[in-house]
Design a protein around this ligand. Structure first.
Ligand code: PMP
Length: 288
């Protein structure tokens, strides 16, 4: 596998980052997970915009243009002969000393990995996931905004560990107020009385690129959709529930905290959304 690392393509074994890089020492950096479908990178520009916004929030000045990063991303796919895959694009603060100071890290690093991913076993796309709520709360936006896709994912990892301990593949994280924020690596949606509802990003959700696509799909399918505060009660009593993410795509949820959602089977609106998503992924991509 060829990895793009700071302007060059190197073999996987030679793709190395300094132990003094603050991305490693402090989780000081930003990243994107992006999908390649049939030679098309899905919503690349939106991913690069979110990368820029995350970097800006951390006062991490990226010395590359959006076009340069886009070309490096496409070239990484080409170099690895990929037509379908998952791309991990990472920007680190760069090499500094052992203190926190980002201003002692003058040169950020960028690397891009293009590989494969299978987040959930295939059968769950037809049978649906059984998930739970974990005790770990989503970080308060006043501490570290969940909208920043930073290299510090410990909040999510702690929740993921709890999910696994409870025998679940994914889990709901609540915010400080007890409202549903999102899942450990996916955004959450419910269907209630014909409407699609999802928490606002301000409730502690990442502004998911797939989540954005769901708004467009809802408009296309003429299904009303809004952002609302959701409690666990709302999800327990929803007619349908599904999660979205770049790696997960659109996956139905049929049980939360031991309560069956709706009929306990993936819902019809979820199925229509999933179908529309699959139709869009190729046409909305940037050809590599
Ligand atoms: N929330 C979190 C915490 C995530 O890490 C992700 C990405 N895996 C998402 C939501 C979904 O975002 P996207 O659709 O942009 O992948």
């Amino acid at each position: 596998m060829k990895i793009y690392l700071d302007g060059k393509f190197v073999d996987q074994a030679d793709a190395k980052i300094s132990v003094f890089d603050h991305g490693l020492l402090y989780g000081d950096g930003v990243f994107e997970g992006i999908r390649l479908y049939q030679g098309n990178i899905f919503r690349l520009d939106a991913h690069l915009e979110r990368l820029e916004y995350s970097a800006k929030a951390l006062l991490l000045k990226m010395p590359w243009s959006r076009a340069e990063i886009a070309e490096a991303t496409a070239e990484t796919c080409r170099q690895n002969g990929l037509t379908d895959g998952y791309i991990r694009l990472v920007v680190t603060r760069g090499v500094g000393d052992l203190g926190l100071s980002p201003w002692l890290c003058p040169v950020p690093s960028i690397f891009i990995i293009a590989a494969k991913i299978a987040l959930y076993p295939a059968e769950h796309y037809t049978t649906g996931l059984s998930i739970c709520t974990v005790a770990t709360r989503r970080m308060n936006p006043a501490a570290l905004p969940p909208a920043v896709k930073s290299l510090n994912y410990l909040n999510n990892i702690l929740a993921k560990i709890e999910a696994k301990q409870a025998g679940c593949l994914e889990a709901i994280m609540l915010n400080d107020q007890g409202y549903v924020a999102e899942c450990t690596g996916d955004n959450l949606f419910i269907v209630h009385k014909g409407e699609i509802l999802t928490p606002a990003a301000s409730q502690g959700a990442l502004k998911g690129i797939t989540r954005d696509a769901i708004f467009d799909i809802a408009a296309e399918l003429k299904i009303p959709m809004r952002e609302v505060n959701l409690t666990r009660y709302d999800v327990w009593n929803a007619d349908e529930c599904f999660l979205t993410g770049t790696a997960a795509e659109v996956i139905p949820v049929v049980k939360l905290d031991g309560r069956e959602i709706g009929t306990g089977k993936p819902g019809t609106i979820t199925g229509r959304v999933l179908g529309a998503f699959h139709r869009r992924v190729v046409v909305e991509g940037t050809k590599i």
